[in-house]
Design a protein. Structure first.
Length: 711
């Protein structure tokens, strides 16, 4: 390609030539990534360096020259088959729906006479020049929806910034959590002594061995008697911490008290603890805290603040204790809070307190939050401190156990995961994850912006199962070579790739190749930036060839995978990676389904995890806190809109607006019940005059000072 024939030279030549004499510019197919047959796209767009960024520079130039811009879409493009030269045509029949995250929209009737005619090529046969520049008075280019203009120029996605669940807490204290990515979870207690067996009964593989007391309703007296036998003579805090460090783990969370009520540290609040109750007489939590500090690992504790099967007033044991006689507040005041106070005052600075199983009320949960804030203001609190079905407290959210979110979360998060299928040791559970699976999970989690808290379940004598040790060493070997692609990275705006996953740090995109491409070419679709360099993380000096074709960067790999689980390559870009926002497309008679995943949020609206194990949008309290979807509408017509949301009593009566193509639909929130009870409401109709890309937005109509609704 000669200098003069580069896409950028061509585009500037075209601009220079064609702007003269016209007072408007119409961009057909201005959205370059809508999965069209390449022949139906103008070279101008396909080849333009920077894609939409290139369009933006045209936009700037137009503004400078007083040229108006419209974006328009060929009505047939959305039904053009890949690989086909001719656009196909779908007749609009029946009802279409569009769903908004739970918003559904469907055209009640489609007028076939307004449908595009099969075989007609429309403007596609025109020359590029005549396509781009039209007088606004021309019929064909009349802008049906000036709103479309915004699409190409306003919204792009770059790395997803994460927030603390409570923004007031964010003042720099999330930094280590955001950077460190990988932690060791340790479930260890008297249940480890039982190892999944009680009186000949076995905990089924696939369920939690640490729940054995509850599962077999073991009487408190019997369990307490058994706990006397815990004597971890092989426990060596330095070795445990060294293992965590070798694996690349940066923080360590030990169960100071699990649901069985037994304290694995020297508690003054209850004699039922490892120092006073067992022949061991040592405090492993203390030893671990010291070993962690020496090794530079952040020390953290797990504390089951609500559940306690030993305490007559605690939650969960209804086989020994009469539920009606329980005084839960007494348990909180006499055991749970005093023990938490001990942990916060006698074990040095804690990275975080890992609460579990929620709390009966958010008022009680706030008391625990307060306690932590008062005694150790920099200590983080996980989201499980608060109740189920309530707005989440804590500095970050934990997914469900072993949970893997689909992506797009905008709050700090972590997922606790097992190495086999239990947290506490079970002699029966041999369903171990391979090192490869562990590495893939790590990369997937980190690529979605989260932290991986990987559990080990040591035996009662203090031995860590050999297979866990081996897996963590393998993970560590991989981390040794590749940790640059893990620590300090942020969520990748690129979607999941068929060959692996991506992580991002600043201007670098790390390509984690799980399956080596047969033709030795790695395809990375969707990046809008210029690629400055490509290389293997292990060999930065050897640059790899990259070409961009139809919006896809193709990297020619050399040699073979250097790591059978994940070989990492790096793309150095001209800035943080930028991609187009996801576009929701419409099947011929399938409703749009607009949920949290392809949504783009603005203002305070945030995509979050809820304790139901689902994801939603919340924290939008006033105008500007918007949720927005980019829709590719294939058929003009009237669309019926339904919205599905959950709203507690406090949200009742909040007004909101749904806007598309300049038409607002107004809604008033109806309370759906406490917790996350979703209901669907009919919102009326929106008229879409022509197919193409549209933006649909939802936002509160006024400032309410509380959440509009859970969407
Ligand atoms: O019930 C516990 C379980 O035993 C384990 O501690 C896990 C770890 O995330 N948390 C609870 C269940 O979610």
């Amino acid at each position: 390609m000669s200098q003069d024939d580069t896409p950028s030279a061509r585009s500037s030549k075209m601009r220079g030539r064609e702007f003269g004499g016209y007072d408007s510019l119409v961009l057909w197919h201005a959205y370059p990534r809508i999965g069209l047959d390449a022949r139906n796209q103008f070279d101008f767009y396909r080849d333009m360096p920077g894609g939409l960024a290139g369009l933006r520079s045209i936009s700037d130039e137009c503004h400078a020259r007083g040229v108006r811009i419209y974006i328009d879409y060929n009505p047939w493009v959305t039904s053009t088959r890949r690989g086909s030269n001719e656009p196909t045509c779908t007749r609009a029949t029946g009802k279409k729906k569009m769903m908004l995250g739970a918003l559904f929209v469907m055209p009640p009737t489609s007028d076939a006479s307004k449908s595009p005619q099969c075989g007609s090529r429309g403007p596609l046969g025109d020359t590029v020049a005549s396509m781009f520049f039209k007088n606004v008075s021309s019929n064909r280019i009349r802008p049906a929806a000036p709103l479309l203009l915004a699409i190409g120029f306003t919204f792009q996605l770059t790395g997803i910034p994460l927030r603390a669940a409570n923004p007031a807490d964010d003042a720099g204290k999330m930094e280590w959590f955001q950077h460190d990515k990988l932690g060791m979870f340790i479930h260890w207690g008297p249940y480890s002594y039982l190892a999944g067996e009680w009186n000949g009964q076995h905990i089924p593989v696939g369920t939690e061995a640490e729940w054995i007391m509850q599962r077999f309703n073991i009487p408190v007296a019997d369990y307490r008697e058994m706990a006397h036998h815990m004597n971890p003579v092989h426990f060596n805090a330095t070795e445990w911490v060294a293992l965590a460090k070798a694996a690349g783990m940066k923080y360590l969370v030990i169960t100071a008290k699990h649901h069985d009520g037994f304290a694995m540290y020297h508690s003054q609040a209850s004699k039922y603890n490892i120092v006073d109750w067992t022949p061991f007489k040592r405090d492993p939590v203390k030893e671990l805290s010291e070993a962690c500090r020496q090794a530079g690992i952040r020390f953290c504790v797990y504390y089951s603040h609500r559940e306690d099967w030993d305490d007559p007033d605690g939650y969960g044991n209804n086989w020994d204790y009469d539920r009606s006689k329980k005084n839960f507040s007494r348990y909180l005041e006499n055991k749970s809070k005093p023990q938490l106070r001990e942990l916060l005052t006698s074990y040095g600075p804690l990275g975080l307190v890992w609460f579990d199983r929620g709390m009966d009320t958010n008022e009680h949960a706030r008391e625990f939050v307060e306690l932590v804030h008062t005694l150790q203001p920099r200590c983080l609190i996980n989201g499980r401190v608060g109740g189920y079905g309530q707005d989440l407290l804590g500095d970050y959210q934990d997914m469900n156990d072993n949970g893997m979110p689909t992506g797009g979360l905008q709050e700090y998060w972590e997922t606790p995961q097992t190495l086999n299928t239990t947290w506490g040791y079970s002699k029966f559970d041999e369903q171990w994850k391979t090192p490869g699976e562990v590495i893939h999970r790590l990369v997937e989690i980190v690529g979605k912006g989260g932290n991986y808290l990987l559990n080990i379940g040591p035996m009662a004598d203090g031995t860590i199962p050999g297979i866990s040790v081996a897996t963590l060493h393998k993970l560590g070997e991989w981390m040794q070579a590749n940790s640059e692609s893990i620590y300090g990275t942020t969520a990748s705006p690129l979607r999941e790739q068929s060959w692996g996953r991506t992580t991002v740090k600043g201007n670098h995109v790390y390509l984690h190749v799980f399956s080596w491409p047969a033709d030795g070419k790695l395809r990375v679709p969707g990046l809008k930036n210029a690629v400055l360099d490509a290389y293997a993380l292990a060999a930065p000096e050897r640059k790899l060839g990259v070409i961009r074709e139809n919006g896809t960067d193709i990297i020619t790999l050399s040699g073979h995978a250097t790591d059978q689980n994940d070989t990492v390559f790096v793309l150095r870009l001209d800035g943080p990676p930028v991609v187009d926002p996801p576009t929701v497309t419409q099947g011929s008679d399938v409703p749009f389904e607009l949920d949290y995943l392809p949504a783009v949020t603005a203002g305070k609206a945030v995509k979050r995890f809820n304790r139901d194990g689902k994801f939603h949008i919340a924290k939008w309290t006033g105008p500007g806190d918007k949720v927005r979807w980019h829709l590719l509408i294939s058929q003009a017509g009237e669309y019926r809109v339904h919205i599905r949301y959950a709203a507690p009593a406090e949200s009742k009566g909040n007004q909101y607006l749904i806007t598309m193509a300049g038409q607002p639909l107004k809604g008033s929130v109806i309370a759906t019940g406490e917790g996350y009870h979703y209901r669907t409401f009919d919102m009326g109709t929106l008229r879409i005059r022509k197919p193409g890309l549209q933006i649909l937005e939802v936002e509160p109509a006024a400032e309410y000072g509380h959440n509009l609704m859970f969407f």
